[in-house]
Design a protein around this ligand. Structure first.
Ligand code: PLP
Length: 356
């Protein structure tokens, strides 16, 4: 019998969304994707790159890092890229965590975080969110000690969609010891109306232990290609690059991300559309007596009260609408629904009506 390392059994399996053999067009509102297809010029950039697939991609990702630098004002040596931002999280864990080390994050939050401790043998300290589904920063700071290597703040938080203003984070990070790395996972930052997505960039100047994690998977609509980046201290980039394979961002992903950065007008249009759908979905849910947390993201965290979560989530799947069950994400009696197009959102609401 082949044998595996002793951490394997502790690693949670990434929760897949439920699917049903549905005869018709499925409405996928389970993975916080954008419903809008890539910009035509992004598709052209990918097409052009196909001719060189016999060559390895640029391991330094020089053009991509230059393009991110131009967009953010952060120099290329402080930009790490990855095969999705997930890969950067995994690499950070490998580079920073080990038995005896501690990782602090709020819970429920992104389902990858527990994996980082489990795979390295580090201790995970999960700090409950407050009743509004927001980070309890004071309680998180109270968990930091000499063994803490890494603190992760998911902002806006997946799955609760709540967000903290950068000024609040600024004061909080200043109080943490400098040996602790703070990853602020900003996968959904563009959708927040609390801040301009660039507001948090200023924090990098003030906090040498801060890492801002971003992705092309959400508002840029490139999750199928897998590309994310971190704005970080240079030693963090060097550490991340050291622990993973050299060609981790494929050539098509690099080309697409570079081109996508050139279309900030498209990003703004998508954000506007998403905010319109957010207001629509949340007000329709409120009319049905369903509470949500205050969303600053492209999804809602819906309280089902004393209704049966399985009945509703499975019932929606039977009607061809796929959402996430709260219990798969850390809290029962909830569902998480991503905003799709207006037509998709209305199919979700109509399907829900048949189940309430
Ligand atoms: C909070 C958060 N961080 C990171 C990611 C991972 O994104 P990527 O596709 O860049 O790996 C997700 C994906 O859902 C997410 O919700």
């Amino acid at each position: 019998m082949i044998e595996f390392n002793r951490h394997l059994d502790d690693i949670p399996v990434y929760p897949a969304a439920s699917t049903y053999a549905f005869e018709g067009e499925l409405v996928k509102l389970a993975s916080n994707e954008t419903p809008y297809p890539p910009h035509p010029q992004v598709l052209e950039a990918v097409q052009a790159e196909l001719r060189t697939l016999n060559r390895y991609p640029d391991p330094a990702k020089a053009k991509l890092r230059r393009a991110v630098a131009d967009r953010t004002g952060v120099p290329p040596e402080r930009i790490a890229t990855g095969n999705g931002s997930c890969e950067i999280l995994l690499a950070a864990a490998e580079a920073m965590l080990e038995p005896g080390a501690e990782l602090v994050y709020a819970w429920p939050a992104f389902s990858m975080y527990p994996q980082l401790a489990a795979m390295t043998g580090a201790r995970a300290i999960e700090v409950p969110l407050n009743d509004a589904g927001e980070h309890d920063l004071e309680a998180m700071a109270a968990e930091v000690n000499a063994a803490t290597r890494l603190v992760i703040v998911c902002n806006p938080n997946n799955p609760t969609a709540t967000a903290l203003a950068p000024s609040v984070l600024d004061d909080w990070i200043a109080e943490l010891p400098r040996h602790v790395a703070v990853i602020v996972d900003e996968a959904y930052v563009e959708f927040s109306t609390l801040q301009d997505p660039d507001d948090s960039l200023d924090l990098l100047e003030r906090h040498p232990n801060l890492i801002l994690l971003r992705t092309f998977s959400k508002v840029y609509g490139l999750c199928g290609l897998r590309v994310g980046y971190a704005l970080c201290p240079e030693p963090f980039r060097l550490a991340v690059d050291r622990v993973r394979q050299p060609f981790s961002v494929n050539a098509l992903a690099q080309a697409a991300a570079i081109e996508a950065l050139d279309h900030q007008d498209e990003v703004e249009r998508r954000v506007e559309q998403t905010v319109i759908e957010r207001v629509h979905v949340e007000s329709e849910l409120a009319e049905r007596g369903l509470d949500t947390t205050e969303s600053q993201a492209n999804f809602s965290w819906v309280s089902l009260g004393d209704r049966d979560e399985d009945e509703i989530v499975d019932g929606l799947a039977r009607l061809g609408v796929i959402v996430r069950a709260g219990k798969a994400l850390g809290e029962e009696g909830r569902l998480r629904v991503t905003y799709g197009t207006r037509q998709e959102n209305d199919r979700f609401l109509a399907a829900l009506d048949t189940l309430l």
